[in-house]
Design a protein around this ligand. Sequence first.
Ligand code: SF4
Length: 121
Amino acid sequence: MSLSDNPIEEIKVAKEILKNCGLYKKSPTLVSCPTCGRTQIDLIPIAKEVEEFLQTIESDIKVAVMGCAVNGPGEAREADVGIAGGIEEGLLFKKGEIIKKVPQKEIVEVLKKEILEMIGD
Ligand code: SF4
C-alpha cells in the first residue's frame, strides 16, 4: 500500500483495513459525527484529542463523540463510552446508559478517565 502521506498515516490505514477484515481486534474505534448546523459543542478539537488519546490504547473499545442531542444519543448509546453534545456541555453515555452531564471544558478529561476505567488501566 502506498499513500502519498507519512508512514504513520499508512500504518493507521493498514490497521483500519485489518480491523475491518476482523484480523486486528485490539484497537479502539472512534465514531465522531461530521458536524452540521445542529452541532452544539466545539466538536472537532474534542474529537481530535480523543482520537490522539485512543492511539495510545490497546483495546477494542468503541467511543463516540457526537455533536448534538438530536441524533448524537443514538451513536453514543451504541458505543462503550460516548458523548452527545448539548449547549456548552455533553451528555455522557456508558454502555448505552446516560450517566451525567459534563461541562464542555471537562469532556475530554472525563472521556479519558472513563475509557481508562473501562479497559481496566
Ligand atoms: S450527530 Fe447531530 S451534530 Fe452531528 S452530524 Fe448528526 S445531527 Fe449534526
